[in-house]
Ligand binder design. Structure first.
Ligand code: ARG
Length: 305
């Protein structure tokens, strides 16, 4: 009997030991997120339609756009709540580097230096921000700036720590780069004449133009390498368990065909007309015109009769 108790105790102790060893070994950043019950995502909400602020709302609800929908989806995939922390674009990257947030989803293009310093997810949908990178100008300057040489000595704005900053540095080396913290501030600086051009992604340019009169896209565009084509999610270097789960979630969202509808929804929220919206509006106009014609005819007939 004593022997049996001893053996049972030994077994329990062994099991307990094994469990702690297992836990110590296997606990990843994904477990930590699940334990906390919340996924903390940093983003810079100045990049419609990917992430921007709906000023009619407050708190967490004010953050809208494609990346916000994607962040919600990933939180759901992990089975946790989402907490968005809004901060400037460069601060987002610092926050991930310092491990102060779980990840940043903020319209990041793949970039070599980012690949070195962070874990970057597989590509996801970048909508109209894919490939084309443009310069916004004041309308009256459209003829003035048509080639890179025209920007010699000209003040060109670009967001701090962005792909656009790198593009200006590399492709407009004679311009005076003005680094801007927030894209909205850059737009105001352009409108007020403090800067003469603002480097932005093409889809973002459309959203800015839809909400700000008097701006046009420069006829010259940056030359953009294919690797910058789609967007990636940024995670802390070494968070490979999280990277694996995020890539799984992205693959699932892609296979389910969610990206297109998410993007359309974001475009509408950003005040950009979509193809369907246009056709519905056109139809309504047609119906109204027909009704007006009919009414006129009826009036004519009544007058004649
Ligand atoms: N795609 C560009 C980059 O990777 C710009 C992203 C800007 N995003 C933002 N939320 N402001 O640098």
């Amino acid at each position: 009997m004593k022997k049996m108790i001893c053996m049972a105790l030994a077994l329990v102790m062994l099991l307990a030991l094994g469990c702690t060893a297992f836990a110590a070994e296997e606990k990843t950043e994904v477990d930590a997120i699940k334990e906390a019950g919340v996924l903390v995502v940093a983003l810079s909400p100045d990049f419609a339609p990917m992430e921007f602020v709906d000023s009619s709302k407050q708190g967490q609800d004010q953050y809208v756009g494609f990346d916000v929908t994607l962040a919600k989806y990933i939180a759901e995939y992990l089975g946790v709540e989402l907490e968005i922390q809004a901060m400037s674009f460069d601060a987002c990257q610092t926050a991930v580097a310092m491990d102060a947030v779980d990840m940043s989803i903020s319209g990041y293009s793949w970039k070599e230096d980012r690949a070195e310093n962070f874990e970057l997810s597989d590509y996801y949908y970048a909508g109209d921000n894919e490939t084309e990178q443009v310069l916004l100008l004041r309308e009256e300057d459209f003829e003035k700036f048509t080639k890179p040489e025209d920007f010699a000595g000209v003040t060109v704005g670009a967001q701090n720590a962005s792909l656009q900053q790198t593009l200006v540095e590399e492709q407009l080396p004679d311009a005076n780069l003005q680094v801007i913290g927030e894209i909205g501030v850059g737009v105001m600086e352009l409108q007020s004449g403090n800067i003469d051009a603002l480097a932005v992604a093409d889809g973002n340019a459309d959203a800015i133009m839809a909400n700000n009169a008097g701006l046009v896209k420069c006829s010259w565009e940056f030359d953009v390498a294919a690797e910058y084509e789609a967007n990636v999610i940024m995670m802390h270097k070494g968070d490979t368990a999280l990277l694996a789960v995020v890539n799984e979630a992205l693959a699932e969202a892609y296979e389910n065909g969610y990206y297109g509808p998410w993007y359309d929804e974001a475009k509408i929220a950003a005040g950009l007309e979509t193809a369907t919206e246009v056709s519905i509006a056109d139809e309504a106009e047609e119906v109204a015109e027909e009704a007006a014609e009919e009414a006129e005819e009826a009036a004519d007939e009544a007058a004649a009769g």
